[in-house]
Ligand binder design. Structure first.
Ligand code: KG4
Ligand code: ZN
Length: 391
């Protein structure tokens, strides 16, 4: 089964062609092609993602990315039925730029040989999600190919399939991204029970906010990771130990907002004690040391709680997905702990599949199509807070 996957839930416009099968409960997926356009430079100026701006940028890029993915054809231009064009124009009424690009490029596009179109319908920023949804439905009508809505977080779980790992069940999944932090129990593919989640900020969000406090650019995750690495190599400055929030609570919930505030107060005290102006740059050695201590605090809480969830669920596999698992120190910490745990294997995506992409949406579609049907012009609706347990 070949799938064209579309992802526009946040600040990456991404498309991919994924081939997959699902036999005897075992999914297999490979990626044939993938394109991602990141809006990160645009949003970095504002220190975060603005939904209306993200939407506009998706609408501007999505069809040119499709052309990049599929290529153009030298055959006679394809002619679409007037009714199909009419329907597509209605679907893209609010994205006239995307419709204009369709009219311009679709006739000469190398039409992909696919069985279904998969599109993220949630969770995420609703204005941004709608661009992907309306485009997917328009393509579905024009090509007469069924379309299915996919949960973005199931995508992060399914991203491990591209690393050719085969998780066994029961499994525990840890999802750590810019918008989510969840520990999930999986009895099988598609059977998700949320054991715990963050009570306030998501872990990626905490990285981004702490980066801002330390004067590092958005998105903060990679910047904190680099600063922490520099501290590891050169320990010139010592900072006070930060709290490990909810480390000892018997549940599987998290809280990262207090940790962020602890960094804020520590920085404020440091400025006072060293007579640094409120808007003056912090010394690099201090930023490195604080980034290192913050990363350690997050790492410790994530690893301890996840490993306990694995033990209590009798999990034989641990799956980790989401942008934050791009973090080297976190990957190493989990690799070490799982290696030291009998009867537990670790499935993590390759680095290139950790942050948002459409390959993972294609993989989740392989799973979802075993439970739900795709249909031409399916009445898909954006659901900004769609939980993976209802996927
Ligand atoms: O999964 P993702 O690409 O988008 C969402 O679905 O949210 O995750 C993005 C998040 C951002 O908060 C970013 O700062 C974080 O992942 N991130 C990292 C690293 N790379 C990206 N956090 C820590 N260390 C990293 N190396
Ligand atoms: Zn994501």
């Amino acid at each position: 089964m070949k799938i064209l996957a579309i992802e526009t839930s946040c600040d990456e416009t991404a498309l991919a062609i994924v081939e997959g099968s699902f036999e005897n409960g075992t999914p297999r997926c490979t990626s044939h092609a993938s394109v991602v356009h990141s809006q990160v430079d645009l949003h970095a100026t504002y220190g975060g993602v603005f939904p209306a701006m993200a939407k506009r940028e998706h609408a501007k890029r999505i069809i040119s990315l499709l052309v990049q993915l599929c290529g153009t054809s030298t055959d006679t231009p394809r002619v679409f039925a007037p009714e199909a064009l009419e329907r597509a124009s209605i679907l893209l009424e609010r994205e006239p730029e995307t419709f204009a690009h369709i009219i311009e490029h679709l006739p000469t596009l190398q039409t992909p040989s696919i069985d279904a179109i998969a599109v993220t319908t949630g969770p995420g920023l609703e204005p941004a999600l709608w661009v992907g949804i309306n485009t997917a439905r328009a393509l579905s009508v024009l090509w007469n190919i069924p379309v299915i809505g996919i949960n973005h977080m199931e995508g992060h779980i399914a991203s491990v399939l591209l690393a050719q790992t085969t998780p066994t069940f029961p499994a525990v999944a840890l999802l750590i991204s810019g918008g989510h932090t969840e520990i999930i129990e999986m009895a099988s593919w598609g059977d998700y029970t949320i054991l715990g989640a963050t009570k306030d900020d998501a872990v990626g969000e905490a990285f981004d906010k702490v980066a801002r406090i330390l004067g590092l650019a958005y998105p903060g995750g990679p910047k904190i990771a680099q600063a922490a690495e520099r501290a590891q190599q050169n320990r010139e400055v010592e900072v006070k130990k930060l709290p490990r929030p909810m480390l000892a609570t018997p549940d599987f919930n998290f809280s990262f907002s207090g940790l962020k505030t602890a960094v804020l107060y520590a920085v404020r005290d440091y400025r006072e004690n060293t007579h640094l102006e409120p808007d003056a740059l912090l010394p690099e050695a201090y930023v490195n040391a604080m980034a290192h201590e913050f990363q350690n605090a997050v790492l410790e809480v994530l690893v301890e709680k996840t490993m306990r969830a694995c033990a209590e669920s009798f999990a034989t596999s641990l799956i980790i997905g989401g942008g934050v698992i791009a973090n080297r120190a976190l990957r190493n910490a989990f690799e070490e702990r799982v290696a030291a745990t009998p009867n537990l294997t670790l499935s993590i995506p390759e680095l290139s599949h950790t942050t948002d992409n459409a390959n993972m949406i294609g993989c989740a579609a392989v799973l979802a199509l075993s439970r739900r049907e795709a249909q031409v012009d399916a009445p898909l609706v954006a659901d900004g807070s769609w939980r993976v347990s209802a996927a």
